[in-house]
Design a protein around this ligand. Structure first.
Ligand code: APR
Length: 310
């Protein structure tokens, strides 16, 4: 049977996500957006590349949710991106309304779907989607860690002049300035990063990773990153649809793991056909634990703002 993925938000991240799903022939895609004509136009344009690219999937665009019925996965990218000088948190209340309405409508049509959230501020938007959908935590997942890790891996590979593929890294915590790149769990084909470069270089790459999103916003001026975010989202979609059981850092709702409760925070998980199939609770040292706690506190602040408005 053909699989179906709905992508809500046909902007930069959404359209690129849809296209990559088609190129990998992972599923039929429905693009949804509030702007009249945009999802239809982009969907048709992508469909017309099928004969050239050689993929056999259906891509449709819509301003409603009828066509999204019985999706296996719903990816939510709808919302407003960052402008220069804006933090992800500035987006909070505007995107809360968008994610709330998108989730309500999507889950009505696809009650068994797995939700992947991309809209920022990510961890607070995941919380919103979990509460609005009433889904179990296994089926509400945030895309952040794969992207933050990809940025860290990129900087390391460039610095050491080695293959990007050989770099394995781990970035935990919230998707914000307090994210926690874990140097101790970062290696190059098994060789710990600390064996290959000095502490000052590592510190510089860690900071650049924390500022990775802002670095792109500064260049683009009118929006935020979308190629790497879309690629990271599709890695998660693929692991779920193919039941690959990849171990990836994702934002998930913690119920006491790492001493954190009732918050979405990035931690390593196993992604398979059931969604989050396992949360790995790795042993952190005191400093790492404190950094993760600080990051969780930043997420909690945003969730409290939402709670006070609903
Ligand atoms: N329902 C559906 N689509 C919506 C809604 C809504 N209620 N509100 C806004 N949108 C659409 C917009 O019309 C736009 O096409 O969401 C799309 C967002 O696209 P872009 O502005 O290009 O933003 P993008 O770069 O894709 O980022 C989207 O992902 O990475 C995060 O921080 C980023 O929160 C932002 C989100």
């Amino acid at each position: 049977m053909r699989r179906k993925v709905t992508v809500v938000g046909a902007g930069n991240v959404g359209a690129n996500t849809a296209q990559k799903i088609a190129q990998k022939e992972l599923a039929d895609v429905v693009l949804v957006d509030v702007v009249e004509g945009v999802p239809q136009g982009k969907g048709l344009d992508m469909l017309e590349s099928a004969p050239v690219e050689g993929y056999d999937v259906r891509i449709a665009g819509s301003n409603g949710y009828e066509e999204t019925a019985d999706s296996d996965i719903v990816v939510i990218t709808a919302g407003f991106p960052r402008k220069p000088g804006m933090s992800r948190d500035d987006l909070l209340l505007a995107n809360y309304e968008v994610v709330k309405s998108a989730t309500e409508q999507a889950v009505r049509k696809s009650p068994n779907a797995i939700l992947i959230l991309v809209t920022n501020p990510l961890d607070a938007m995941c919380w919103t989607a979990l509460k609005v959908s009433g889904f179990p935590r296994e089926r509400v997942i945030g895309m952040a860690g794969v992207l933050d890790t990809a940025r860290f891996r990129t900087f390391i590979a460039e610095e050491l002049d080695v293959s990007f593929e050989n770099v394995t890294a781990m970035v935990l915590g919230g998707h914000g300035d307090t994210m926690v790149p874990l140097v101790r769990f970062t290696n190059i084909s098994g060789i710990p990063l600390s064996e290959l470069t000095d502490q000052a270089t590592i510190d510089r790459m860690v900071q650049r990773t924390r500022d990775g999103g802002a670095e792109i916003v500064k260049y683009l001026k009118t929006g935020s990153a979308y190629y790497a975010p879309a690629a990271s989202t599709v890695e998660m979609v693929e692991s779920i649809l193919k039941d690959k059981k990849k171990v990836l850092p994702c934002a998930v709702y913690l119920g006491g793991e790492y001493g954190i409760r009732e918050l979405f925070v990035g931690v390593p998980v196993k992604l398979g056909s059931k969604g989050v199939e396992k949360i790995y609770e790795i042993k952190l040292d005191q400093q790492e634990r404190a950094a993760l706690q600080k990051s969780a506190d930043a997420v909690r602040e945003l969730v409290e703002v939402i709670k006070s408005r609903i």
